[in-house]
Structures are given as structure tokens and as C-alpha cells.
Design a protein around this ligand. Structure first.
Ligand code: AMP
Ligand code: ZN
Length: 473
């Protein structure tokens, strides 16, 4: 099939035409969440943009298989294998076992994803399910001379590689600052950039999850899980690997090091990275105490899908700053469009030529390095165009396969929620217009009478900056 999608490949540092290993099929892998706490809306930005990529691929005709891990073991507070064990930290905080914490936050993660219309990947695999696979890969790496034992732990020897820093043109020294940001250096490492494949001599006496291994009772390092889980389900060749930009180094760099040393050939051709969502004080982080979650947005009466739209209105390769002001504007823009779509008459003839032309424009925007804000502009433009309601409705339905903003269902759902039918809505809107005209003519008595008439029918109206709003009393 024709390969028409281009996106930025971190490996080659340019926007490239995507060509899969097997024509028409895509093997895609996503680094999953570390389930020791709720996902913050920054994490979810990454998953929204990855969902956009997956749905775009499907929309333009690829058969996609997407795999995601759940990190429930091995991720320490520094990505460079030092600091506190994140899962243990969560368990201690809540006086629960690690597995209880993992279950609770895995469920919470998928519940957030559902609210944001993020499709669940075809395969989801927790790291703790795959211990034999990790042990196998580490055994092969030891046999091939890419790994060594020191102080009881097994390390990957980065000096054995021709090129370790595959993603970056930064100097080794600069990158090492990232590795050593915790200052807690591991003296067993032969090279500063080496990383742990298997811990047996853990500094955590209370480590809850431990398994037998040829090197003693212990647990896997974080990086090994993504290499093994992706190969288990996608085989030796992968098309696209995704994550947030913080995953580039060391996590993805280490994944490539161990996977390609194990396989003896190139592993994944395209690396897709999403830039961070920041708040005013900087990068969002789960360890910062109070952080922004989907539930928090809901408690403030925001529809989570509006946050999805907030993300889609910006480009995945630009850092994005969260603000309630922008979210408010997004909310108003969203309500306006879903209302417009909700009142379109669905039966009638679809103008096929118009449909095809707009669909082509929509696809072209997405195929241009996933320009989702341009794709939304195509939606706005088509709603304003002079064509049948049925054509507009069919296009909105089609675009929503990728945008996933409940474009054709949100309005009816809201009405059902409010217990409002179309007839009542039409009546109220006509009265609001009449009141607006009365106010313009300075006939305030009439304006007040209309307000009172509506109140008698159980409708409250409110004058706001965005115009007149109304609800059932
Ligand atoms: P974690 O649960 O910490 O393993 O992270 C899950 C995903 O969220 C990873 O792909 C991270 O790269 C990504 N991520 C972490 N922080 C942010 C952020 N502030 N904005 C966007 N993505 C993020
Ligand atoms: Zn990963």
C-alpha cells in the first residue's frame, strides 16, 4: 500500500516517510505507566499523542498491532538504576502490598484512558508476568559477553558497543550528568553508563517482589522489560517504538543497546517521542506531591475529552504548558462544535465528492507529522461549508475515528444528562435571543419578564463572558 504518513524519527533526527517492515502492517510498542501512583495529565499527554499516531495509522489503512507493558517492578526513582524503588515507595505510602498497589493504579490508569478515549493497546503485559523471558535475555547477553556480574548484580557493559548514544549528538559528558543526577554512584559498574539488568544485591532489604534466577534471588532492572515484552509479542523486528521525551535517555538508549546486542541486528526503525506537558512551575512529576490528574479536572467540572482536545490542539513535538484559562477556552470551543454537530440532520444525501475532498484534507494534515491542530481546523472549516447536514455529519463521524472527541454523541449525551429535549432547547434559545434583542433596545422590563417566564418553566439563565448560559433549575 501507499505509505503516506511522515513523522519525526528521533533516531534519524528528521521528519521521515514511515515505511513498515511488512507492507500494510505495523508493529508498534509503547512504554507503559509505572503503576505506583495515579497518572498525571502529563503522562496522559504522551498516551493521547500515541493514540493519535495509532489511530492515524489505522485510518489510512494499516493493520496495527500495538503492545504496551505495565511497569510493576524494577523502576527506581532515578532512571539510572539508583534511588528508591517506585513501587515500594507507593506500597509504603499506602500501607499496602506492591501487588495491591500495582492492581489499583493499573485499573486507575485504564479508567483515565477510557475517559480520554485512548484505545487500550492490543496487548498489555505487566513486567512481573515475564520474569523467565528477562532471565533468558540476560543469560544470552552474558554468554555473548555484553553483560557482567559485579557485586552480585548483572550489568550491561556499554563499552562493548560501537555506538551507545544512538539518539543523541550531545557529548558523552553532558549525558552523564543525567545518569548521575542522584550522585548515588554504583561502584560495581565498570563504566558510568552501564546499567543493571538484574539486581540480586539490592540495597532494599524490604524488597517485596523477588524471583529465583541463575544469579541468585532478585529482580529485574527496568529497561529489560520493554525489550523482552515487545519481542515476546512483536518478534525480532519492530516498526515504531513510542514514549515521552524523558524516555529517550537512558531508557530507550538502553533498550536499543540490550535488544540489538541480543538479536545481533537492528531492532526498531522509527522512534516516536512526545514532548512534555509542563505546569507553570516546570515539568509535571508524580513525586511532586499534589499533581494534576483526570479526576482533579473532573472535580472541577471539566469534561476529560476537552483535555484531549487541548492536547490535540498543540503539536506533539512542542512542550505544552497547562493552564485553566486555555482549558476554559477549549471547553467553550468544544461545546460549540459538538452542539453544532448534534443539531445536524442526519438523514439526507451525502455529497460524496465533498466528503472525499475533506477526508483527503484531514488525512493530509495528519500525514504531515501528525498535525492534529490542522486536522481540527479541517473539521471547523467543513462545519462552516455550504453542504448538506448529512455530509457534515458523516465527515464528523469519520474524523472522530482519529480525534476521538465524541463529536457526534456528546451533544445528545449532554441533553440526556440534563433531561433536555430538542424542543425545549429550541424554545429556550429563541427566548434568549428575544431577551438579547430587548436588552439591546433597553427594554429591561421585557428582558426581566423573559427571564421570569423561563424560570417559571424551570430554566435558569446566566449572563457570562462567553454569552448567555442556561440550565435546568
Ligand atoms: P511513567 O509512569 O513515569 O513510567 O511515565 C509514563 C509515560 O509518561 C512515559 O512515556 C513518560 O515518558 C511520559 N511522561 C512523563 N512525564 C511526562 C510529562 N510531563 N509530559 C508528557 N509525558 C510525560
Ligand atoms: Zn519502556
Amino acid at each position: 500500500m501507499e505509505n503516506k504518513l511522515s513523522f519525526y524519527n528521533t533516531l534519524t533526527r528528521k521528519v521521515e516517510k514511515f515505511v513498515p517492515n511488512v507492507d500494510g502492517k505495523v508493529a508498534m510498542y509503547t512504554c507503559g505507566p509505572t503503576v505506583y501512583h495515579f497518572a498525571h495529565i502529563g503522562n496522559l499527554r504522551s498516551y493521547i499523542c500515541e493514540d493519535l499516531l495509532e489511530k492515524t495509522l489505522r485510518y489510512i489503512g494499516y493493520d496495527v498491532k500495538r503492545v504496551m507493558n505495565i511497569t510493576d517492578v524494577g523502576h527506581l526513582s532515578s532512571d539510572a538504576d539508583t534511588g528508591e524503588d517506585k513501587m515500594l515507595k507507593g506500597a509504603k505510602r499506602e500501607h499496602k502490598t506492591v501487588m495491591e498497589i500495582a492492581k489499583f493504579y493499573t485499573d486507575a490508569f485504564f479508567s483515565d484512558c477510557k475517559k480520554l478515549n485512548i484505545k487500550t493497546p492490543d496487548v498489555v503485559e505487566p513486567a512481573t508476568n515475564c520474569i523467565p523471558e528477562f532471565i533468558h535475555m540476560i543469560t544470552v547477553l552474558l554468554e555473548k559477553g555484553y553483560a557482567y556480574e559485579a557485586g552480585g548484580n548483572i550489568y550491561f557493559d556499554t563499552s562493548k558497543l560501537e555506538e551507545y548514544y544512538v539518539f543523541s549528538n550531545q557529548s558523552e559528558k553532558e549525558l552523564l550528568v543525567g545518569v548521575r543526577d542522584d550522585v548515588d554512584e554504583d561502584e560495581n559498574k565498570r563504566n558510568k553508563s552501564d546499567f543493571v539488568l538484574w539486581f540480586t544485591k539490592s540495597k532494599f532489604d524490604d524488597q517485596e517482589l523477588k524471583w529465583e534466577s541463575p544469579w541468585g534471588i532478585g529482580y529485574p532492572g527496568w529497561h529489560i522489560e520493554c525489550s523482552c515484552i515487545s519481542m515476546k509479542h512483536l518478534g525480532e523486528y519492530m516498526d515504531i517504538h513510542c514514549g515521552g521525551v524523558d524516555n529517550i535517555f537512558p531508557h530507550h538508549t538502553n533498550e536499543i543497546a540490550q535488544s540489538e546486542s541480543y538479536l545481533g541486528h537492528k531492532w526498531c526503525n522509527f522512534w516516536f517521542h512526545v514532548h512534555h506537558l509542563n505546569d507553570k512551575s516546570g515539568k509535571m512529576s508524580k513525586s511532586k506531591g499534589d499533581f494534576l490528574t483526570v479526576s482533579l479536572l473532573e472535580s472541577k467540572n471539566y469534561n476529560p475529552v476537552v483535555y484531549r482536545m487541548f492536547c490535540l490542539q498543540s503539536h506533539y513535538r512542542k512542550p505544552l504548558e497547562f493552564s485553566y484559562e486555555v482549558l476554559d477556552n477549549m471547553s467553550a470551543a468544544y461545546d460549540k462544535r459538538v452542539k453544532r454537530i448534534g443539531t445536524l440532520k442526519r438523514d439526507g444525501e451525502v455529497d460524496q465528492a465533498k466528503f472525499d475532498a475533506y477526508r483527503a484534507q484531514f488525512e493530509a494534515a495528519l500525514c504531515d507529522d501528525l498535525n492534529s491542530s490542522m486536522a481540527i481546523t479541517v473539521l471547523y472549516d467543513m462545519l462552516k461549508d455550504d453542504m448538506s447536514d448529512a455530509t457534515k455529519f458523516a465527515l464528523a463521524e469519520s474524523f472522530d475515528q482519529v480525534l476521538s472527541l465524541d463529536l457526534t454523541t456528546a451533544h445528545a449525551a449532554k441533553e440526556a444528562d440534563n433531561g433536555v429535549d430538542a424542543e425545549l432547547e429550541a424554545f429556550v434559545l429563541a427566548k434568549i435571543e428575544e431577551r438579547k434583542a430587548a436588552k439591546k433596545e433597553k427594554d429591561f422590563a421585557k428582558a426581566d419578564a423573559i427571564r421570569a417566564e423561563l424560570l417559571e418553566k424551570g430554566i435558569v439563565i446566566e449572563d457570562t463572558r462567553e454569552g448567555v448560559k442556561w440550565k435546568k433549575a
